[in-house]
Design a protein around this ligand. Structure first.
Ligand code: ZN
Length: 243
């Protein structure tokens, strides 16, 4: 055997296994193709005409977008609009909502910019807590929720050097007070008396902790003497901070 023949034979032997595999993918059994889809089959799965070849949940991603959250809330009689992604340095929110009005025409004034999770907690608190307690203690119908701050890129308690507030992620809102039909408004203040207004404020504050993970207000510290701070901050083991 000449050197040239030897090299040719050696190359053939080295390449033979690879060359033999090249034609294999087309006749691959259907079961294997389903576990390792080619680019072509992924494109087909993304088209509306194909059904069930890829898990559709993964196409939507783990978080719900603002439009679908707003549409879901609309079915409950809530007026909310999707807001474009907020981005300001470390602050921001991917799919926030502008929450305008709750069922039975209860206005959110001014409208609050919040995440879907914060909007849902707020709605539940309003319906199961605030509206019900207004009936019980005041025999009054709720008309408007007065909002201080919702989304704002700032640190906690506006202290330089401290961590970012949940407000910086549209994950918090400050409630300043409540307005009713045929009745004077009730601001958030410290009320140690046993008036119906004091009972109402104590009840709604206690109920806020059922829906939010942080509730701060008069008595918590000087920064919260005139409003209820409500947020959906995530803590280890689902811990809450309600003071
Ligand atoms: Zn706050």
């Amino acid at each position: 055997m000449s050197y040239g023949h030897f090299v040719s034979l050696a190359l053939l032997l080295v390449m033979a296994p690879a060359a033999a595999q090249v034609p294999l993918p087309p006749p691959r059994p259907a079961g294997i193709e389903n576990t390792r889809p080619s680019a072509g089959s992924q494109a087909a799965a993304a088209s509306p005409s194909s059904t069930g070849t890829l898990p559709s949940g993964k196409m939507a991603g783990p978080g719900e977008d603002g439009a679908s959250c707003a549409a879901r809330l609309a079915e409950l009689g809530i007026k909310a609009e999707p807001v474009p992604e907020l981005r300001n340095g470390a602050c921001g929110a991917k799919s926030p909502l502008k929450l305008l009005q709750l069922p039975q025409g209860v206005d959110v004034a001014p409208p609050a910019i919040v995440t879907c999770a914060a909007a849902e907690a707020f709605v539940k608190w309003m319906q199961e807590g605030v509206a019900a307690e207004a009936e019980r203690h005041l025999a009054a119908r709720l008309r408007r929720i007065l909002i201080g701050t919702s989304y704002e890129c700032r640190s906690r308690n506006r202290q330089a050097g401290s961590k970012l507030s949940e407000h910086a992620f549209a994950n918090a809102l400050d409630v300043m007070g409540f307005e009713f039909e045929k009745r004077r408004p009730i601001p958030i203040v410290s009320r140690p008396d046993e008036s119906p207004e004091a009972m109402f404020l104590a009840a709604v504050r206690a109920q806020a902790c059922e829906h939010f993970t942080t509730v701060l207000g008069p008595g918590s510290d000087a920064a919260h003497a005139d409003h209820l701070h409500l947020d959906m901050r995530e803590r280890k083991r689902g811990a809450k901070l309600c003071q």
